[in-house]
Design a protein around this ligand. Sequence first.
Ligand SMILES: O=C(O)c1ccc(O)c(O)c1
Length: 261
Amino acid sequence: MAAPAAATQGEIDREIARERAAYEKTVAEGVPRTPHPARNYPPYRSSALRHPRQPLVEVAVRQDPEAVELASPAFGRTDVTELDCDLTRQHRDAPLGERITVSGRLLDRSGRPVRGQLIEIWQANAAGRYAHQRDQHPAPLDPNFTGVGRALTDDDGGYAFTTIKPGAYPWRNHTGAWRPAHIHFSLFGTAFTQRLITQMYFPGDPLFRHDPILQSVTDDAARQRLVARYAHDLSAPEWSLGYHWDIVLDGPTATWIEEGR
Ligand SMILES: O=C(O)c1ccc(O)c(O)c1
């Protein structure tokens, strides 16, 4: 059987508009909204293949939570060093690109700081290429950039990363699909079963409205909360541009997550 023709960007834009209209109709009808993006969001093609089809397993209820923890990754406070949060100093020379700092606070639903939490990030280089064998698109790799970092939140729930601004990159969701520049964030929680994953975007990106992953967050305000704020006071003269991004774990201003594992 011949493979179906890939959708074009125009077709995806129309699908996004249809999904948005369907969402707005459910809001108008007072249908309770799920707090996070749909697991199967048709314009994001691979979500159709990858979403769970069985009811989710409640680990804490059906299994022994301690046994789950024994078989899961763990980390100790001493595993995370000061250098891990500086992605520009992990190689002999500095990476190419626009040096940035990204900082903010990890907060609970009442705005209280969440302290001592492991935050991990991963991202493409300035040319939009991941240092990963699955990324084969013809943009240059940077020998001075791996694109992976981690930090522990401080007593104020604060975190800060120094990195370079990632480039947009093509992916094969549809013809003409380019992801807006973004940084992936993982929040480990106090146990592996609490891990949350999300993405941070940069303000004013013209690709936002064409991106089915960002658009799978159908609530406008929630989508805005995934976009960092350019913070001139965080910029360092002759050195780096500053961005501010808070992550709220829960409640009406929660940062929407793409996946919790
Ligand atoms: O699900 C995916 O295929 C996919 C592709 C590119 C991304 O940047 C991403 O976050 C997810």
